[in-house]
Design a protein around this ligand. Structure first.
Ligand SMILES: [Zn+2]
Length: 328
């Protein structure tokens, strides 16, 4: 039977890469292996995540062929969930800070454009309760998972629902995808967050191999205070790349169009082949300049290779105009 209502389409795609490029167990380079796609309902609309999964390909390694997922995934959504962590944080805040009922929360979510039924609101509230009740101290399963990996890579993220001033802080473990601690805080200074990290560090039972965050000031300070000497990596490159994606696409298109216009280099080179007079030398020089401009690729998003190509071709054209004006 045909669907009566079209399934909602995601508004946009977010490509997430791993911050760590080396295997946490053996230190060898993690190889990119495949993409996972996952559609998530967030407060900002439906988002399709494209997760670039890496693996260690060393047969002697304890993590041989175990997938390593982009660390930022868990900042957006809990494992195997279809609603974003921001939605869960908002549901919790509306319930416990604003003392709203489930029907009221349901209405609030619909107004925010989150397509959800009332029963799901109850489930989301259960998830919130579970999240803030997570306790490393009395969760044997969680401790066994961590002991099995022999190390932990922590991530610290703050979710701020736009009601009240509290922020839901979540400490995750990136290898297992498990949440280790979640706490709603009124104050988020470096000292406040350091207390959360110390609490996790005291109970995690394995060495902490690294921390990942989006790098906001108070988080950096918290990591320095609570986990001195532990490497702290920032996810901001990924946000930068995401922000730059539309520019990158436009640039790539511009470059393709520019390349079409300078296709005739080879016939010109051939026309002066075997000549060594100054004119032929000049023609060869220009042809070489165009060729090298065509192969001068920058690494997106920090260099827009289409724009660079345009600059270089313009320099060649200006020089040719100058030569023509001089009667050359
Ligand atoms: Zn390895």
């Amino acid at each position: 039977m045909a669907r009566t209502a079209p399934r909602a389409r995601p508004d946009r795609e977010r490509v997430l890469e791993t911050v760590h490029e080396r295997c946490p167990a053996c230190g060898r380079r993690l190889r990119y292996r495949y993409d996972n796609r996952h559609t998530v309902a967030t407060l900002a609309g439906l988002v399709r995540l494209r997760l670039r999964i890496r693996r260690c390909e060393d047969p002697g390694c304890a993590r041989y062929r175990r997938p390593y997922r982009p660390e930022a995934e868990g900042a957006i959504v809990l494992p195997r969930h279809e609603f974003g962590l921001d939605v869960i944080a908002l549901v919790g805040a509306l319930r416990y800070r604003e003392h709203q009922s489930v029907p009221e929360i349901h209405r609030a979510l619909l107004e925010r454009g989150v397509a959800v039924c009332e029963r799901t609101v109850t489930n989301l509230l259960d998830r919130y309760d579970e999240l803030v009740a997570t306790s490393l101290a009395d969760d044997d399963r969680l401790r066994a998972v961590l002991a099995g990996q022999g190390r932990a890579i922590l991530a610290l993220d703050g979710l701020q629902p736009d009601v009240g001033h509290e922020v839901l802080w979540v400490v995750r473990e990136c290898l297992s995808g498990e949440v280790l601690l979640a706490r709603s805080l009124l104050s988020s200074t470096g000292e406040d967050l350091a207390a959360l990290l110390r609490e996790v560090a005291a109970r995690v039972g394995v060495p902490i191999a690294g921390v990942v965050s989006d790098g906001q000031h108070s988080v950096r300070r918290a990591v320095r205070l609570a986990l001195p000497g532990v490497p702290h990596q920032l996810c901001q490159f990924h946000y930068l790349r995401e922000a730059a994606l539309p520019i990158f696409e436009a640039d790539r298109h511009a470059k393709k169009e520019l390349k079409k216009r300078v296709r005739g280099v080879r016939p010109i080179e051939r026309a002066v082949e075997g000549r060594d007079d100054p004119e032929a030398e000049a023609v060869r020089g220009y042809c070489a300049a165009v060729r090298s401009a065509l192969t001068d690729d920058g690494r997106p998003p920090l260099a827009a290779s289409g724009l660079r190509l345009k600059d270089r071709l313009e320099a060649v054209a200006t020089s040719l105009d100058r030569a023509a004006a001089k009667g050359g």
